[in-house]
Design a protein around this ligand. Structure first.
Ligand code: ADP
Ligand code: MG
Length: 381
């Protein structure tokens, strides 16, 4: 396997915050990065060494990226998989087109997971209004209807309590192809991020406990407050998912933990994940550095955790009249601020995050919630 050494140019499809943090990690190690994105003013584009402003399907732009980069990766699961296949004729590409094609489509994802014996919530595919029969499996209610493609941060989802509400819910999602899944009584949500290199080496990041608000990740806590036996099981499942996909790169598996101890896979992401941001400040190797290492064929870094950590997302809602008063955060020497350089603060938009480090998750959580509260108060006053 060829190793891509520091100094080389790496390519990145997508200009969002995950790409920005990848770019910074790559640059730290001496790589250069070319970002391809359709938006002129993207979080990753503005820190990249080179920026190509183009659509992900622009063949000329893909040719330019592929022929000037030693390896290409992505930070966004909705990259057309054909574009990844095309790039693979030029250079190393990770993750591969097939894995991304599965992860970007809830139907393909659920069929892949269920077909390989992984536990998922009971589901059915709703193709069109004709498949909206009232006899739709009653065990799926109360359920959640999710568009099969392009949903994120809880967008493109509708709760459906009874079969009779299905039609209206489908209409509210513009009659796009959907998956209807059973709504499960969640005890907790956890996620496991794994990395797999071209040499088949694996590394697993410490499991994270995630709390959502309005369908958007709000707080991530490490170590997760769940029995070691459950974490062990989640780790094994995440590794098996990566193996079944023949995956190379960084992969996140989101789990639901049910009251009876059952672990159900919610979804997978073929990239670093919001719930793994704590690794930047709390682990020997961050999920973004690990992405660089897998792409470049370097040995994987240790995912050992130095301490407990709590990450809190900073959404656009915080910026009502002015910037939040960062002094409330920065006065804590173990609170780390990360902002993504987005100019426009829209409601629900991920503008940044902060991570609080401490000896225990309880102490980190207490401090993080205190900071969160103070940042909030400041904007409403
Ligand atoms: P997204 O792509 O927006 O992250 P998810 O499918 O992960 O969409 O759903 C977002 C959140 O909604 C989940 O993290 C979970 O809190 C809740 N959720 C989704 N599906 C279910 C379900 N079947 N049962 C209970 N809660 C769910
Ligand atoms: Mg999710």
């Amino acid at each position: 396997m060829m190793t891509i050494m520091p100094g080389a140019m790496l390519g990145l499809l997508g200009g969002g915050q995950l790409g920005r943090m990848f770019t910074m990690a790559a640059q730290c190690m001496g790589y250069r990065v070319t970002v391809l994105d359709a938006s002129k003013d993207s979080p990753a584009g503005c820190v990249a060494d080179r920026f190509i402003c183009a659509d992900y399907t622009d063949r000329e732009a893909l040719h330019e990226l592929g022929s000037t980069c030693a390896g290409v990766t992505t930070e966004f699961e909705n990259i057309p998989s054909d574009s990844l296949s095309l790039l693979a004729d030029y250079c190393v590409v990770s993750p591969d087109a097939d894995s991304v094609a599965i992860a970007q489509n809830r139907i393909a994802e659920k069929n892949f997971l269920a077909g390989n014996g992984f536990p998922v919530a009971a589901f059915t595919v709703i193709q069109d209004s004709d498949s909206l029969s009232l006899e739709t499996s009653p065990e799926l209610f109360p359920g959640i209807l999710k568009i099969s493609r392009f949903g994120y941060d809880g967008k493109g989802q509708a709760r459906v309590n009874h079969a009779a509400d299905l039609k209206a819910a489908f209409a509210s999602l513009n009659k796009e192809v959907c998956v209807l899944e059973q709504r499960l009584p969640l005890k907790k949500e956890i996620s496991v991020i794994v990395a797999r290199g071209f040499d088949n080496a694996f590394s697993i990041f410490p499991a994270v406990e995630n709390q959502h608000a309005h369908g958007i990740l709000d707080v991530s806590i490490v170590p997760a407050d769940v029995p070691q036996e459950i974490i062990q099981r989640a780790n094994e499942v995440a590794v098996r998912v990566a193996e079944k996909l023949d995956y190379r790169g960084v992969l996140c598996v989101e789990f639901f933990l049910l009251a009876d101890g059952q672990l159900v896979i919610n979804e997978i992401a073929p990239r670093p994940h919001n719930s793994g941001h704590y690794s930047i400040d709390a682990c020997v190797t961050s999920q973004f550095e690990q992405q660089v290492r897998t792409l470049c064929g370097l040995p994987l870094g240790s995912t050992e955790r130095y301490c407990a950590a709590v990450m809190v997302n900073l959404l656009g809602d915080l910026w009502q009249s002015a910037d939040p008063d960062w002094r409330q955060l920065l006065r804590h020497p173990f609170a780390k601020l990360h902002l993504y350089g987005k100019r426009e603060a829209r409601s629900g938009r991920k503008m940044g995050h902060f991570t609080v480090l401490d000896k225990t998750a309880e102490a980190a959580l207490e401090r993080a919630l205190e900071i969160k509260q103070l940042l909030n108060i400041n904007t409403s006053s």
